[in-house]
Design a protein around this ligand. Sequence first.
Ligand SMILES: [Zn+2]
Length: 339
Amino acid sequence: MPDTLTLPRLDDLHVHLRQDALAAQVAPLTWTGGAGRVLVMPNLRPALTTVEAVLAYRAALQAIEPRLDYLMSICLHPGLDRSAVRAAAAAGIRVLKWYPHGVTTNSSLTGSLSECAEACAAAQDEGLIVSLHGEAPDDPAQGIDRMNAEQAFLPQLVALHQRFPRLRIIFEHATSAAAISTLADLGPTVAATITPHHLLLTADDWQTDPHSYCKPVAKTAADRAALQAVVASGDPRYFLGSDSAPHPAAAKAGNQPAAGIFTAPILAPLLADIFDTLGCLDQLPAFATTRGAAFYDLPPAQGRISLQRRPSRIPAQINGLIPLRAGHDLKWTLGACKE
Ligand SMILES: [Zn+2]
């Protein structure tokens, strides 16, 4: 077992860097956590629905933290027509991100996937990726709740792939055994991101800890085992998207805490700890630096980080933001890095 691990800076292909004062804290912490290239999510207030708004957001992020390489996404919504998708591609935007109505932070304007067919067809032609937050809305009459909302969405994923077989689709933050088995039957144009927290947590965690609560929620031990098995297997269609999503401490307090788990500042040592514990440390470089780049068609990840096998303590809070497993120890430490 190696005691030192040297990697390119991580490709974190699903992050929430937030905006304004919160972004000014979060973007630098994302760099110090080991990421180099990030796919930035567009669910700001207001949501990023135009090319101009996405480019202005990228410029703001570059002014805050110029060392990160920002890959941008735009909200996929029914108003996005073919010419808008072409303009997005021409501006270097990589991803059209779809949120189901009302499921996540600032997702109130999104229409149904079938209402977005023109944009999906254009994305297929232009080589853009469609990225899905795959959850059906809660519906007590249909028996749909947080624990099975992902499974209830899967027929829509299959239908989108069948309608647009050349369209690259990312099923974001897969959390269930049902999702893994559905993806096994789909073609190479469909991939999935997996978060570190879904490799660690089950429903027992978020029921008692608001800082372990996110959407989609962590599910059963059997679901977690399916995620662990697929990352250990080396399947090239699964790669890192941390879904790191900080909220101010006040939004995490009370009876209805905001959904989102903050892992960006501890991302590299957290992943090393998880993969080490799972006995698949050899899979970490591909999971976090090459498979996502291959699916996105990106050049190899740049920079260098070095991890050492010695304990590091996760801070109790960082600038008032509380990370996952605050106060606990990780088996790995991210060394000081210049690049
Ligand atoms: Zn997210």
